[in-house]
Design a protein around this ligand. Structure first.
Ligand code: NAP
Length: 435
């Protein structure tokens, strides 16, 4: 059995490819079912975020299992294997273990240490448990990845500073505004007429950062106005004008800076829409949606500058150096957690022999107890029988404690296999199917 992860991320694929491989929450269950139907796949779980799609598996055969997952990704995206393969990454065993811990810790994120990824890994665990696509191995691995993500945030300084894709998006707006004024630095947004489209989690973070960076007020547009109003009510000191998405054209005509962060599958802003408008000023669009909310053809429209989630790299790399240093602190922690998981997994090799040993001793105990009880005759009370039974169980557990602990303890594979052989020979244990 092998642990393998197949996937793609902002490191391996541009947003044009990633958006084709975004598996929505409704599609997770049928996707897990489809993968699980293949006899190669023993356990599976899916992590789908705006910056990555990763499929974690326990497979019978590493190569065949990876081929099954790659084919699934090709079928799902409609991309041929030739188109897809250059963007996929594959990790096995120890590398797959360290990878998921790194992901949960935010160390593989575009914005190092961002917090959203940990909730997304938690969601992957919840869905895998709910749809019963995970067994003991992935369950343990992914649950441990979540606790590693928490440890990294509490035991290093990586989680400080409230960084997110949204904070990077606001910084990109500040940087682009600064550059348009001939300054290669972040400037205040107080002069900008701003709109935010979408009222979900990312928009909430956008509002927080916009407020912190000097934005005087904004339009908040959403498909359902109630959700926009509810979000706005959490920012009492911030001037927020809530509108329905129907007012998008009005806002695009009057605003100079528009952020989009909705979960639409198709773009809501494209060149033909913008060309119909009588815009008052130049327009900067910053789209953090994946799939993208803004079509790539808007770059052809005069006076419109558009940036997608991949463009955040520009601002991210400007202030990543300090965080890289902090990320190094987390590496030891990752390695330690990875080692603990692999030791646990190795120790499972001893379980069948331990179970055989336990049932063999249990058989002896049961037979000897019956003999003793029948010799004691009817004068022996029920309470006394219970005491003798508990005594016999206690002796077996005490005898088993040391060998079981030693068999499961961290050691080389060869040492464990030698010890298992000795136990099997001495106690004459035969595995099912053994001749
Ligand atoms: N979560 C992250 O860490 C993260 C990071 C970077 C980028 N993103 C991307 O940012 C976008 C928003 O993510 P989120 O986490 O904020 O989502 P969310 O909390 O689920 O909110 C989704 C938002 O999208 C709107 N929406 C959904 N379908 C729509 C449609 N067909 N047309 C117009 N609006 C629609 C919803 O409007 P209603 O209120 O009317 O339903 C809501 O405002 C996604 O594209 C996501 O991939 C997310």
């Amino acid at each position: 059995m092998h642990i393998a992860v197949v996937g793609l991320s902002h490191r391996t694929a541009p947003v044009e490819i990633r958006e084709k491989l975004s598996i929505s929450e409704e599609d997770v269950e049928p996707s897990l079912l489809k993968l699980k139907q293949n006899e190669q796949v023993l356990e599976v779980s899916i992590l789908s975020t705006c910056n990555r799609l990763e499929i974690y598996t326990l497979v019978r055969d590493s190569e065949k299992g990876i081929a099954v997952v790659s084919q699934f990704l090709s079928d799902y995206s409609g991309l041929s294997q030739e188109e897809l393969l250059p963007h996929l990454f594959f990790n096995h065993q120890g590398d797959a273990v360290t990878h998921v811990m790194r992901v949960a810790g935010g160390l593989d994120s575009l914005v190092l240490g961002e917090g959203q990824i940990l909730s997304q890994v938690k969601k992957m665990v919840r869905l895998g448990q709910e749809y019963q696509s995970m067994g003991p191995i992935l369950n343990r691995l992914l649950t441990q990845a979540v606790s590693t993500g928490k440890r990294i945030r509490s035991e290093t300084n990586l989680g400080t500073g409230a960084v997110s894709i949204s904070s990077a998006a606001v910084e990109l707006a500040q940087l682009k505004l600064g550059q348009s004024m001939g300054q290669d630095q972040l400037v205040t947004l107080e002069s900008e007429k701003v709109a935010v489209v979408g009222a979900g989690r990312m928009s909430r973070l956008l509002l927080q950062h916009l407020q912190a960076k000097g934005c005087a007020g904004l339009f908040l547009l959403n498909r359902t106005k109630k959700r926009a109003e509810s979000l706005a009510s959490d920012f009492p000191g911030f001037q927020i004008d809530c509108r329905l998405l129907d007012d998008l054209d009005t806002c695009l005509s009057s605003c100079s800076l528009v952020f989009t962060s909705t979960s639409t599958n198709e773009p809501i802003i494209d060149a033909s829409r913008l060309n119909k408008l009588n815009r008052a000023s130049s327009l900067r669009l910053i789209d953090i949606g994946v799939p993208r909310n803004v079509a790539s053809d808007v770059s052809e429209v005069d006076g419109v500058e558009s940036h997608d989630v991949d463009d955040l790299q520009e601002v991210v790399s400007r202030n990543q150096e300090a965080r890289q240093k902090i990320a190094m602190e987390a590496e030891n922690l990752l390695n330690e957690e990875g080692r603990l998981f692999l030791e646990w997994w190795d120790s499972l090799e001893a379980v069948p022999t331990i179970n055989l040993l336990r049932s063999s001793l249990e058989k002896v105990r049961g037979e000897e107890l019956q003999k003793a009880l029948s010799r004691m005759g009817p004068d022996f009370s029920a309470r006394e029988r219970k005491v003798v039974e508990a005594l016999s169980k206690g002796i077996i557990n005490k005898i088993l404690h040391t060998p079981v602990t030693k068999l499961r303890a961290p050691q080389t594979r060869q040492d464990r296999q030698n010890s298992l052989k000795v136990v099997e020979t001495l106690f004459d244990l035969e595995h099912q199917g053994d001749s």
